[in-house]
Design a protein around this ligand. Structure first.
Ligand code: RB5
Length: 149
């Protein structure tokens, strides 16, 4: 599995912990920035990760900002991206199983590192369950098509 990661300055520290955690499990990770604590704009990194996930260069993405909210809103503007903000493990696996989420978003200022790593594990180990859920994903895709210019 290949995972693309991105964050703004507000998510930089948690992103470093997640990268070390995934590398310790021999999961291939690519960090698309930001790389410094300088203030930056979360939509820039949301777009970098959303692009490579929707182009299927990476199976999943993980995006982190201060709250996980802004970076998730931005990523969800890319058609085909289903970014899920999860601050508990149940939501993390359900977002994959029911919503076929392809990006996990997290807020470094909201949860601790230990919980964040458990959430990451729950997200990457879960599988989309298809069937009735696919029908609902198809409806999301129809909404995207209707409002895309
Ligand atoms: C940056 O200060 C902060 O606004 C950002 O990381 C994020 O929380 C936005 O949703």
């Amino acid at each position: 599995m290949k995972i693309a990661l991105g964050s703004d300055h507000g998510g930089l520290n948690l992103k470093k912990h997640i990268i070390l955690h995934l590398e310790s499990k021999n999961i291939e990770v690519t960090d698309l920035g930001t790389y410094t604590e300088d203030s930056c704009d979360y939509p820039d990194y949301a777009l970098k990760v959303a692009k490579v996930v929707v182009e299927e260069q990476f199976e999943l993405g993980i995006l982190i900002c201060g709250t996980g909210i802004g970076i998730g809103i931005a990523a969800n503007k890319v058609p085909g991206i289903r970014a899920a903000l999860c601050h508990d493990t149940f939501s993390a696996h359900a977002s994959r199983e029911h919503n076929n989420a392809n990006i996990l978003t997290l807020g470094e200022r909201v949860i601790g590192v230990g919980l964040a790593l458990d959430i990451v594990d729950a997200f990457i180990n879960a599988k989309f369950q298809g069937e009735r859920h696919q029908k609902r994903i198809n409806k999301i895709t129809e909404i995207e098509k209707k409002y895309s210019k």
